[in-house]
Design a protein around this ligand. Structure first.
Ligand code: HEM
Length: 414
């Protein structure tokens, strides 16, 4: 009997994601000889890991044959069973399909269209200026991830959400409790990741119930009011869907973007020639931002379920099985990107990166995310004379959303 193929553990074990070089080397091998790999690991319903750009792209765009369902994020079966047994079931946009998804997405869609996001530019500029100045005030030495990237991206998204500045630490803690549950740094006094997750969800629930009552009584022009008073098919949004709507905006809205910024800066600073190029040719900034997002791919995966059999890269996958779409792998696919392991702000097809997914679930906040990075990066590069990594960066242990969580940086300012 042949030995079971255990290479699929790279998609499960959070610790393996913390060593990016080793992780990408393993994914490159899979793209070559097992691009659609069946992964059977104790405690997990089997899945097929899809690692090539072409396949991730095709599956993402076909929302009829590949569904999200209520289980669209990978986790141990026992975790889902436990959460279900205590009445917790994810009901974000990510967990919906078809009409249900479209009707719910329409609730907030207008807030994320390019024109609406462009109107926020003045506010984003002011926040970016504040954080660049803060960096200067710290004598040019900081943990760029925690001191700048996290609070900057949090402040921007909380601004549209309508969450007051004094509640930002609460939002941050709650986000880390959901996305960072596997990273020991976020466990605090709690005994295990499951306790952290359930505790966090209960806190989100209480916070957002209060917010709903407040906005219904005192409507304002913020996104929280839209969600609190929203109707789907003529009825108020179901309370569970409402809780998860707030939750996805509060969480997906900043952790992802801050990881793209901190990890993107880490890559940039490792290449002083690229820093010089961007300083000399600021018009490259949009391309550079796409390259940062390609490079970091902060969302590690989502799942899709087959409504009928499909063939991907010559592999037949039966109806009902599930696929794991590996965005970090697809974004380093040598079939799509020349020399994919090189960080290149002038890469001609950086915008073909697939870090935001595709099809009907294409990231609602992609315009915001890009704009946030496009705003702060030139301000930072214009403000400094020299800037460099000043210690060992640390990557989060996370198999869902992750990236550089600590980045010591030092700079001299002009
Ligand atoms: C670099 C930053 C970001 C990355 C890499 C990212 C990535 C993703 C990915 C991969 C998806 C799933 C797409 C699919 O299934 O095809 C997604 C969906 C989503 N993202 Fe983002 N995201 C980022 C920033 C944001 C921001 C700033 C927001 C703002 C609130 C946001 C809100 C959402 C929402 C609400 C969805 C669900 C969309 C749906 O299912 O219809 N994301 N994102």
């Amino acid at each position: 009997m042949s030995e079971p193929d255990t290479r699929g553990t790279i998609f499960i074990d959070p610790i393996l994601y913390a060593d990016q070089e080793a992780w990408h080397a393993a994914a490159a091998e899979l793209r070559d000889d097992a691009p659609v790999l069946r992964v059977e690991i104790d405690g997990y319903t089997p899945f097929w890991a899809v690692t090539r750009h072409e396949d991730v792209f095709a599956v993402s765009r076909d929302n009829e044959h590949f569904l999200n369902t209520r289980n669209s994020v990978l986790g141990p079966d026992a975790q889902f069973e436990f959460l279900k047994s205590i009445g917790i079931e994810g009901e974000t946009l990510i967990h919906m399909d078809g009409d249900e998804h479209r009707d719910h997405r329409n609730v907030a869609n207008d807030w994320f269209r390019p024109r609406a996001v462009a109107k926020r530019q003045v506010a984003i500029d002011a926040i970016a200026d504040e954080f660049v100045e803060q960096f200067r005030q710290m004598d040019g030495t900081c943990d760029f991830a925690q001191d700048i990237a996290v609070p900057y991206t949090l402040r921007v998204i909380m601004g549209i959400f309508g969450i007051p500045q004094e509640d930002e630490p609460t939002m941050l803690k709650l986000t880390q409790g959901i996305f960072g549950a596997a990273d020991p740094e976020y466990l605090g006094d709690l005994s295990d990741p499951m306790a952290l997750l359930t505790d966090t969800i209960a806190q989100f629930d209480a916070y957002f119930d209060e917010l709903t009552e407040d906005r219904r009584a005192h409507p304002t022009d913020d996104l929280a009011t839209v969600i609190a008073t929203s109707e789907v098919n003529g009825c108020p949004m179901d309370s569970n869907a409402r809780l998860w709507y707030y939750t996805i905006v509060a969480t997906a809205g900043h952790d992802t973007t801050s990881f793209a910024l901190s990890g993107g800066l880490e890559a940039l600073l490792r290449h002083p020639d690229q820093v010089a190029l961007l300083q000399a040719r600021p018009e490259l900034v949009n391309n550079a931002v796409d390259e940062m997002i390609r490079w970091t791919s902060p969302v590690r995966h989502f799942l899709r379920y087959l409504t009928r059999p499909a063939t991907l890269s010559g592999v037949e996958v039966p109806e009902g099985d599930r696929l794991l779409l590996s965005y970090p792998s697809a974004n380093r696919d040598e079939r799509m990107f020349d020399d994919p392991m090189t960080f290149d702000v002038a890469r001609p097809n950086a915008n073909r990166m697939i870090a935001f997914g595709g099809g009907e679930h294409f990231c609602l906040g992609s315009t915001f995310a890009r704009r946030e990075l496009r705003t702060i990066l030139p301000k930072l590069l214009a403000a400094v004379d020299t800037v460099e990594v000043a210690g060992l960066p640390e990557w989060a242990q996370a198999n869902f959303v992750g990236g550089v969580k600590h980045l010591p940086v030092s700079a001299t300012f002009r």
